[in-house]
Design a protein around this ligand. Structure first.
Ligand SMILES: O=C(O)CCC(=O)C(=O)O
Ligand SMILES: [Fe+2]
Length: 354
């Protein structure tokens, strides 16, 4: 799909500014007629046999890997593609700091934030939805999107200088998450009895990571708006630091929406489309969305780990056989086509299915 020009439909107001104007209803592009109470009242995992398991990663990295923990991970990967990780080596105060510097950025005056504004069509920087068509549904969310790994891809002119410890904190967080990423990819290979480095190799040298901080202001029509519309991620896997107090993330399973619980100090991990492709569909990239709240703001920090954009990726040979033929075409630079599909409510992965 060609990347087309960006269209302007609501002026260049941030969602934060729209939220300040509570007596005026948000523009139509934010309002889903089919919303209603059910929009926010998704099921809790405890209300069914659906689970988002909590994986103790320390149990999977010691020489005596716990088979029980490995099975738990295996079943999460095969059933919903979402799991929570604890014992990842980052302290509670450090994770709080990551959320705090991110929140402080969104609290700055408009003029200060605008110094880091994204350019038209460009995803990197501060802003909200890229708009491709007049009837596109918009997300009730402002964001700061930055390339964080490898170091030479950092575009520091878009990295906030204020709060003063933003850069340092995010650089440190990047290092920790990248290390964890390599560990998780090895363990995921292990659950399939593959060589531990097979997914890392398939991603090529110099895989990348981008950070998207999502800021969801309170919304006057919370039952009829979405913080993020239903999507799966373009990543191999995504690490999500949820808001500590305000829930909002939901995952689609068997045509029903479930809440992803908030567990203190746990990071949420989900399979992305590129992992679905590499695993030949054994790991499914889950569809998820974010609902908003009438009274409270919410903030989340997503780290999208991706293969090197110049590396063509495809299903791992050992996962292709007579009973499981190859299900996806090879793909290169998947993230590039992702955004325009997303904004039209489509899934790019469908275009690569054989
Ligand atoms: O805010 C959240 O909880 C989820 C964010 C998300 O799905 C994303 O950034 O892709
Ligand atoms: Fe997502």
């Amino acid at each position: 799909m060609e990347v087309s020009a960006e269209v302007e439909i609501v002026g260049n107001k941030s969602v934060q500014e729209l939220a300040l104007n509570f007596e005026n209803l948000p523009p139509n592009n934010y309002i889903y007629n089919e919303g209603g109470v059910g929009f926010r009242d998704a099921l809790l995992p405890s209300e069914s046999d659906f689970h988002v398991p909590i994986i103790d990663i320390a149990n999977l990295t010691s020489p005596s890997t716990s088979q029980h923990e490995l099975h738990k991970l295996q079943s999460a990967l095969h059933s919903c593609g979402f799991f929570l990780v604890i014992n990842h080596g980052m302290t509670s105060s450090f994770l709080d700091k990551v959320s705090e510097v991110s929140k402080q950025f969104f609290e700055l005056p408009k003029e200060e934030k605008q110094k880091y504004e994204r350019e038209q069509i460009n995803i990197e920087g501060y802003g909200n939805d890229t708009i491709y068509s007049e009837n596109q549904m918009l997300d009730w969310c402002d964001r700061l999107f930055l390339k964080v790994h490898p170091e030479d891809q950092r575009n520091f002119k878009l990295w906030p200088q204020n709060p003063i410890d933003f850069r340092n904190t995010i650089q440190q967080y990047t290092e920790c998450v990248w290390q964890l990423y390599e560990v998780i990819l090895r363990v995921m290979a292990k659950t399939l009895n593959l060589e531990e480095d097979c997914f890392l190799k398939e991603c090529g040298e110099r895989g990348t990571m981008s950070m998207r901080t999502n800021y969801y202001p309170p919304c006057p029509m919370a039952d009829h708006a979405l913080g993020l519309k239903p999507h799966s991620d373009s990543s191999s896997i995504t690490f999500l630091l949820q808001d500590k107090k305000v829930e909002g993330l939901q995952v689609l399973k068997d045509n029903r929406w479930f809440k992803v619980p908030i567990i203190h100090d746990a990071l949420v991990i989900n399979v992305g489309d590129q992992m679905e492709i590499m695993s030949n569909g054994i790991f499914q990239s889950p569809i998820h969305r974010v609902v908003v709240n009438a009274e409270r703001e919410r903030l989340s920090v997503a780290m999208f780990c991706r293969p090197n954009s110049e590396k063509e990726i495809q299903p791992i040979d050992k996962l292709v056989n007579e009973s499981r033929p190859v299900l996806y075409k090879p793909v290169k630079d998947y993230a590039k086509i992702f955004l325009e599909y997303y904004q039209q409510g489509k899934r790019p992965i469908d275009a690569f299915k054989i």
